[in-house]
Design a protein. Structure first.
Length: 404
C-alpha cells in the first residue's frame, strides 16, 4: 500500500464549498482491518477563515472513486462514549431531532500524516466510530476514550470537488451514459447491485427506454421523428447560499442544477435547488414540475424498507400503479433527465453532464418522483408550493424573474 496522495489536491490549495472558502491544511491516511486485510482512505483537513473546519474524504471502493464532505456539529441530544460503544448495526439513535439507523461500525487507525492534521491527531492513533443514516441524512459518531465527535456528511460528485478547487477535469470525470451503467456508489435511500447483476439490469433499462421512446427519436429507422419543441430556462432566481423559511422549515440553498427533461415529443429545462435545514436534512425544490408550470414543487426523500431495483422501476409504463413507502399513484410520465449545469452540492441523481431515467406517479393529493442512474435509485414525494410563497420565503419579489 502506498501512502502517497492519489488525488490532484495539494496542501495550500483553496476550495469553495457552499460559498465557504477553505484552505487545505493537511492529509491523513486512515485504515480499517477487515478479515486480515487493511482498507485505506484519505482525509483532507480543511480550514475556513472564520475558524471552522471540514473534512473531505476520498476513498476507492468496489464502486469506484467516492468523495464525501463532513462537518462537525454539536448534537441536540448528546451521546457519551459509553452510549456510543453500545450501538450495533441496525440500532436507532436521535442526535438532532431525526431518527437515524446505524449502518456501519468499525475502528480506524492513522497510518500517515502530511501537513497539519486535526488537532491532537498522531500516527498510530485509533478511534472507534459508526455511521448512521436516514434518507439523505448521513452522520458519523467517532470516539476515543471519553471524547466524542459528531459529523454531518454529504456525498459529492468528483466534478463538484474539482470545481470547488478550480481544477480542470476531463470528460472521463463526467458521469456520462456509459459510465452511468458501469459505476455504483453507496448511500441511504438508494438501491445498488453488484457487477454482473447490475449490468443485466442496465441492459433491461436501456432496452425499455428505447421501447418507450425509440420511435420518437431521430435515430429510429421506422419513421421520421416529429419536431420537438425545446424550452430553455431563464437565469436562476435563487442564489447559492440563500436562506429562507418555507412551509415552516428554515433552509439554506446548498446546491443548484439546470436539468433538461426529455419526454415523448417535448424537451424542457428547469431549475432544481437542494435545500438543507439546520439538521443536515435535504429537500429538492423544482421551479415547476413540467414546462410552463407556475407553481413550484418541494420534494422530500422516501426511504422504503424494500426499495424496488432500477430494473423494476424501468418496467413501469404510463398508467401503471406505483407504491413507494405508502405514497401511491398512477404513472403519468416517463422521462430522461440530463444535468446541463450544476453548482454547490447535490444529490446522487444530479450526475454532472450525465443522465438519469425516471417516472412521475400522481394521485389526487400526492406526487411521486422516482429517478435512477448507474449510481442509485432515488424516491421522493412532492407537494406544490405557489411561486409567490417561494419568492417570499427567500426575500425576493415575484417580479425578479420571468420564470415560475
Amino acid at each position: 500500500m502506498s501512502y502517497e496522495n492519489p488525488t490532484r489536491l495539494r496542501l495550500g490549495m483553496h476550495g469553495n464549498f457552499n460559498g465557504q472558502d477553505y484552505r487545505l491544511l493537511g492529509r491523513v491516511v486512515l485504515g480499517v482491518v477487515d478479515d486480515g486485510e487493511t482498507y485505506y482512505w484519505n482525509e483532507f483537513n480543511l480550514a475556513a477563515a472564520d475558524g471552522t473546519f471540514a473534512t473531505l474524504v476520498y476513498e476507492v471502493t468496489e464502486r469506484g472513486e467516492e468523495w464525501r464532505l463532513f462537518t462537525l456539529f454539536d448534537p441536540e441530544y448528546p451521546i457519551t462514549a459509553a452510549d456510543a460503544a453500545t450501538k450495533r448495526l441496525g440500532d436507532h439513535l436521535n442526535l438532532t431531532g431525526t431518527d437515524v439507523q446505524v449502518t456501519l461500525r468499525d475502528t480506524s487507525r492513522v497510518y500517515r500524516i502530511e501537513g497539519t492534521p486535526p488537532a491532537g491527531l498522531q500516527v498510530g492513533d485509533t478511534a472507534h466510530y459508526f455511521n448512521a443514516e436516514a434518507g439523505d441524512l448521513m452522520q458519523v459518531v467517532s470516539w476515543t476514550g471519553d471524547e466524542v465527535e459528531c459529523y454531518n456528511g454529504v456525498n459529492l460528485a468528483r466534478s463538484v470537488v474539482m470545481s470547488a478547487f478550480n481544477l480542470p477535469y476531463s470528460e472521463g470525470d463526467r458521469l456520462g451514459l456509459g459510465q452511468a451503467f458501469s459505476s455504483l456508489s453507496g448511500g441511504s435511500g438508494e438501491t445498488y447491485d453488484s457487477g454482473m447483476k447490475f449490468a443485466l439490469q442496465a441492459g433491461i433499462i436501456l432496452l425499455l427506454f428505447f421501447l418507450f421512446f425509440g420511435r420518437f427519436l431521430s435515430c429510429s429507422s421506422n419513421r421520421e421523428a416529429p419536431p420537438v419543441k425545446k424550452i430553455y430556462v431563464a437565469k436562476s432566481v435563487l442564489p447559492l447560499g440563500a436562506a429562507g423559511t418555507l412551509l415552516e422549515h428554515a433552509y439554506r440553498l446548498t446546491g443548484h442544477a439546470v436539468v433538461e427533461t426529455a419526454t415523448v415529443g417535448a424537451v424542457f429545462q428547469r431549475h432544481e435547488y437542494q435545500l438543507t435545514d439546520d439538521y443536515g436534512q435535504s429537500r429538492l425544490l423544482f421551479s415547476g414540475l413540467r414546462a410552463g408550470d407556475t407553481n413550484w414543487m418541494l420534494f422530500s426523500p422516501l426511504t422504503p424498507f424494500l426499495p424496488p431495483a432500477a430494473s423494476d422501476c424501468a418496467a413501469k409504463r404510463v398508467g401503471d400503479s406505483a407504491n413507494i413507502d405508502g405514497v401511491v399513484g398512477n404513472v403519468k410520465e416517463l422521462f430522461l433527465v440530463t444535468v446541463r449545469d450544476r453548482e454547490g452540492m447535490g444529490p446522487s441523481d444530479w450526475p454532472a453532464g450525465g443522465c438519469a431515467y425516471g417516472y412521475l406517479a400522481e394521485s389526487v393529493s400526492q406526487t411521486l418522483l422516482v429517478r435512477w442512474n448507474g449510481q442509485a435509485v432515488t424516491f421522493r414525494s412532492g407537494q406544490s408550493v405557489p411561486a409567490a410563497q417561494v419568492m417570499a420565503a427567500f426575500g425576493l419579489s415575484t417580479a425578479t424573474n420571468g420564470i415560475p
